[in-house]
Design a protein around this ligand. Structure first.
Ligand SMILES: Nc1nc2c(ncn2[C@@H]2O[C@H](COP(=O)(O)OP(=O)(O)OP(=O)(O)O)[C@@H](O)[C@H]2O)c(=O)[nH]1
Ligand SMILES: [Mg+2]
Ligand SMILES: [Zn+2]
Ligand SMILES: [Zn+2]
Length: 522
């Protein structure tokens, strides 16, 4: 009897020992299975979110707006790192969570059904205990799996943040490099319609024509951005080639086209002023002709936009036939813009501003000509017939030919502008003034009082014509003043030499060599 008891106890101890010895393995084994399950859920969820293996399961990015919205969203897809990655991660984690929860609940149910259902009698005790071990394994595995998933997700998030940080650094570097390059090349873009400084042009998508207000690197892309139409990816900076796209003024109230290839050349603004009918438009036209006729090797002259080209085509017949050009309207003018490369000098974009003379009679309307804020050189055109000494020397019978005589004196116009310029800018002394006494050919032909062609003689002549107050006011107001006596009619189809001097001086270019008249004005 005692022997039986001893054997029984011994066997019991043995089985208990075995059970105790294997139970950690059972728990660990089941826990590992659960961890593996969690990992698999995570991987499949992530693959699904990215559209693997079936594209249909991917998380679609929200469609970008087709126009820029009021809150500043651009019609472009967000860069993956700055939008979609966050959505993908959140979606993958929530899908993993749902999947793991469902699988764990099913496993728990299966264990309870298979091993724990029914009574806890002594002969079922082994399987009941086994079921309990499995449940412990499931719980431990779920905890460990959850913890590991948390660690992985955190690592992933940190990686994304790191990459996004790297992206942001790259974005900043690119922007700085682009701005620095513009600065080094003295490129400052100005709208030729609203005259405001353009920090960066807006561009239209070449495929769908949608306007991208601000293409610079950012959340829509670092080097390029994808337009909302999906058809086109646009470069994000001038250094990356955005100058090949059609550029527009970024101000909502303007939005007019900018010159082609804006941002590739330094810009010079030249503004003409003077009363009506004094010869501003004609002078501007012959200046362009003089530029076109330059034969210095390497010189190129190109119209910078369609509008300038069209206006030139309209003006050309009147010029060639020495007919009066159409009166310039009183509206705020849009610049005539030319790309110039003069000899081996750097290519530059020159904007000429010419407005109808009556605009200068009224200080308020003059103040709207904000290009005087940024123009470095002004050209003041004086009609010699507005000077009494010349007009009175003209035989009365011939006066009708030159009527209407300008109704405002050069002094009046100059005072309007000088006051306006002083109000508009602090650095008037930095501004250079070219004074052009126009219609030199008429004075010569009619043997009227006329100056010798050099600047000093013209200045003296103006003093003789009782304009000394005008001359000294010019000298006091502006940093540099130079006088020209110009004829803006073509002789033998060519421009007269003093126009070349004027052009060289206003563009601060070396004296030009030009071809014979026959090539002019093409
Ligand atoms: N003979 C001669 N005529 C000139 C010269 N310059 C201008 N004209 C004539 O003067 C008139 C006025 O010239 P525009 O160039 O239209 O004058 P504007 O200053 O632009 O005039 P608005 O646009 O009305 O302000 C036209 O009949 C021109 O042909 C010149 O150098 N010689
Ligand atoms: Mg005009
Ligand atoms: Zn503008
Ligand atoms: Zn597009």
């Amino acid at each position: 009897m005692l022997l039986y008891l001893i054997v029984y106890l011994f066997v019991l101890a043995f089985f208990l020992f075995i059970a105790l010895a294997i139970s950690p393995f059972v728990v660990a084994g089941y826990a590992l299975r659960q961890i593996w399950g969690c990992g698999r859920s995570y991987l499949t969820s992530f693959a699904q979110v990215l559209g693997i293996p079936e594209a249909g399961t991917a998380v679609k990015p929200p469609p970008p707006p087709r126009q820029r919205t009021d809150d500043g969203r651009e019609p472009a897809f967000e860069n993956y790192l700055f939008g979609q990655v966050r959505r993908d991660m959140i979606e993958a984690l929530s899908r993993t969570w749902a999947r793991a929860r469902a699988e764990t609940a099913a496993d728990g149910r299966r264990i309870r059904y298979r091993w724990l259902a029914g009574s806890w009698t002594s002969e079922d005790l082994g399987s009941r205990l086994f079921g309990v071990l499995l449940l412990i394994g499931l719980a431990a595995g779920t905890l460990a799996g959850g913890f590991l998933l948390g660690v992985v997700a955190l690592a992933q998030a940190i990686l994304v943040v790191l990459f996004a940080g790297l992206g942001i650094v790259l974005i900043l570097l690119l922007r700085v490099a682009d701005s620095a390059l513009l600065r080094v090349r003295s490129i400052r873009i100005t709208c030729t319609q609203c005259y405001r400084h353009v920090p960066y042009p807006s561009y239209r998508c070449p495929s769908c024509g949608t306007l991208h207000r601000d293409v610079r690197p950012g959340r829509y892309g670092v080097l390029r951005r994808r337009c909302a139409c999906g058809e086109e990816s646009l470069p994000t900076l001038l250094i990356l080639g955005s100058h090949q796209l059609a550029a527009f003024c970024p101000y909502g109230s303007c939005g007019k086209p900018l010159a082609a290839k804006t941002g590739t050349a330094a810009e010079t603004m030249l503004a003409l002023f003077g009363g009506s009918n004094v010869g501003k438009t004609r002078l501007l036209a012959v200046m362009v002709m003089a530029l076109q006729a330059q034969t210095t090797p390497g010189t190129t002259v190109d119209f910078a936009d369609r509008l300038t080209e069209r206006r030139w085509e309209e003006l050309l017949p009147a010029l060639r036939g020495n007919q009066p050009p159409p009166r310039t309207g009183p509206d705020k003018p849009r610049a005539c813009s030319l790309y110039l490369r003069l000899g081996d000098a750097r290519r530059q974009l020159v904007h000429f501003f010419d407005t109808g003379g009556e605009r200068f009679y009224d200080p308020e309307r003059l103040a709207a000509l904000e290009y005087f804020r940024s123009a470095r050189t002004l050209i003041f055109v004086i009609d010699p017939f507005s000077i009494d000494g010349v007009w009175n020397a003209l035989p009365p019978a011939r006066r009708a030919e030159f009527s209407p005589r300008p109704d405002h004196s050069p002094w009046y116009i100059f005072q309007q502008l000088a006051r306006g310029a002083r109000e508009m800018r602090a650095d008037v002394k930095q501004v250079r003034l070219a004074v052009a006494i126009s219609k030199a050919d008429v004075l010569a032909r009619d043997e009227l009082p006329a100056p010798a062609p050099d600047s000093a003689s013209i200045e003296r002549w103006l003093a003789e014509m009782e304009q000394d107050h005008l001359v000294s006011s010019m000298r006091q107001t502006f940093g540099q003043v130079r006088f020209f006596h110009t004829s803006a009619v073509l002789s033998d189809g060519g421009v007269s030499p003093e126009i070349n001097d004027l052009v060289s001086w206003v563009l601060q270019a070396p004296p030009a060599s030009s071809s014979s008249g026959s090539e002019v004005g093409r």
